[in-house]
Design a protein around this ligand. Structure first.
Ligand SMILES: [Zn+2]
Length: 171
């Protein structure tokens, strides 16, 4: 266990500490749960390049921003789930999507535990970056000018998402 925690590194150590002790003392299955919480989807940059389109790679792995109004997901109104374009993890339910007028798909709430927040100091601004909790892919940013009930605007790059309609037909 000690060696393993060392391997996981300092950044993930904090996440491990937050997990209740009971979850750490158990069997192989609880270890699997633990790994799911700290984000176990890991590929080399070469593997990501082969998995993703060039546009997906630039956004998810290099934190680029797509040009506004370029994503078809701006206009997606069906019921369903918006998943991570990198690893397929469910991120947002369509019930939390709204039209912000920004030109990027916008949501007022992610699914529980689906995303992580990182302070982003690029471009001499302090913004809160949103990443997939599972593969740490860059998704967009969150701002505090969203609608009720949260008042938050999760401003997402459509290219970083994949939509799965509730009725199961292809997006
Ligand atoms: Zn992901």
């Amino acid at each position: 266990m000690l060696a393993r925690r060392t391997l996981l590194g300092a950044g993930l150590g904090a996440a491990l500490v937050a997990v209740p002790m009971s979850a750490r003392a158990g069997t192989t299955s609880s270890e699997a749960d633990l790994e799911a919480r700290v984000g176990e989807v890991r590929y080399s940059e070469a593997e990501w390049r082969s998995k993703l389109t060039p546009e997906q790679y630039e956004v998810l792995r290099r934190a680029a921003t797509e040009r506004r109004w370029t994503s078809a997901l701006n206009y997606e109104k069906r019921e369903g789930t918006f998943k991570c374009g990198g690893c397929g993890s469910p991120l947002f339910n369509s019930s939390a999507k709204y039209e912000s007028g920004s030109g990027w798909p916008s949501f007022w709430q992610p699914l529980p535990g689906a995303v992580t927040e990182v302070t982003d100091r690029d471009f001499f601004m302090v913004r809160t970056e949103i990443r997939c909790a599972k593969c740490h892919g860059h998704l967009g940013h969150v701002f505090d000018d969203g609608p009720a009930p949260t008042g938050l605007r999760y401003c997402m790059n459509g290219v970083a998402l994949a939509f799965e309609p509730k009725d199961g037909t292809a997006a």
